[in-house]
Write a protein of this length. Structure first.
Length: 214
């Protein structure tokens, strides 16, 4: 398996490495690319149990690809934890589940680990239907461009109704809503001094200047 760098500092681990053949007559070598292998969550767990990954907590399964995410910087960690705490306090005692940097399993081949996600009802058990996902948040420090493109496209294809990218450097929220045909319309930018409320969670209003001050 050969790793190759992806946007935002993540690394995709490919099982389909190039295969080389040499003819008996010493003819020129030709490379034949093997078909892409679509990994399942069971295969990822098996590899993890066998010690294949250096840091299993950094591993995610994106539409059949095993992805090793870059380590979080201090700014990313501080902002993620501040937002998660604010959301948990605002929704305490209400019928929601808040996941923080844990696996969100859409199917046996698609199990990303968003920074924060919000579900209707209790904790996830097995595959989570897109209708239960009220909000997904990715905090971007060095990964903003990748989150606004690759991550947004991936969550739109999964049917997530609302996806936010919190830009840690610019201190703004990029709000994606209403995916159609596997894509979101252009996102709306919400400034740090303006409340942001998910469409399906009227009890929640995130204000970056208050909830995650610089």
């Amino acid at each position: 398996m050969n790793p190759r760098t992806r946007g935002g500092g993540s690394v995709q681990i490919d099982v389909a490495a190039a295969m080389c053949y040499v003819s008996p007559m010493n003819a020129p070598v030709r490379a034949v690319k093997a078909p892409r292998h679509v990994f399942s969550i069971d295969e990822v767990l098996d590899l993890q149990a066998r010690g294949f990954f250096t840091d299993p907590k950094r591993i995610a399964l994106h539409e059949g690809d095993i992805v090793e995410m870059a380590a979080d910087g201090d700014l990313h960690i501080a902002l993620t934890m501040a937002l998660a705490q604010a959301i948990m306090v605002a929704l305490a005692g209400k019928p929601y589940f808040v996941g923080v940097q844990t696996t969100l399993r859409f199917s046996r081949t698609n199990a990303p680990s968003p920074d924060i996600y919000l579900l209707a009802g209790g904790p996830p058990k097995g595959d989570v239907a897109a209708e239960r996902v009220l909000l997904v948040i990715e905090v971007g420090d060095t990964s903003v461009d990748a989150d606004l493109t690759e991550s947004a496209e991936r969550y739109a294809r999964a049917g997530v109704g609302e996806f936010w990218v919190v830009d840690a450097r610019k201190r703004a929220i990029w709000m994606h809503r209403g995916p159609a045909d596997g894509r979101y319309p252009p996102p709306q930018e919400i400034a740090a001094d303006t409340p942001a409320t998910p469409l399906r969670v009227p009890d929640l209003a995130i204000l970056l200047d208050r909830d995650a001050p610089a």
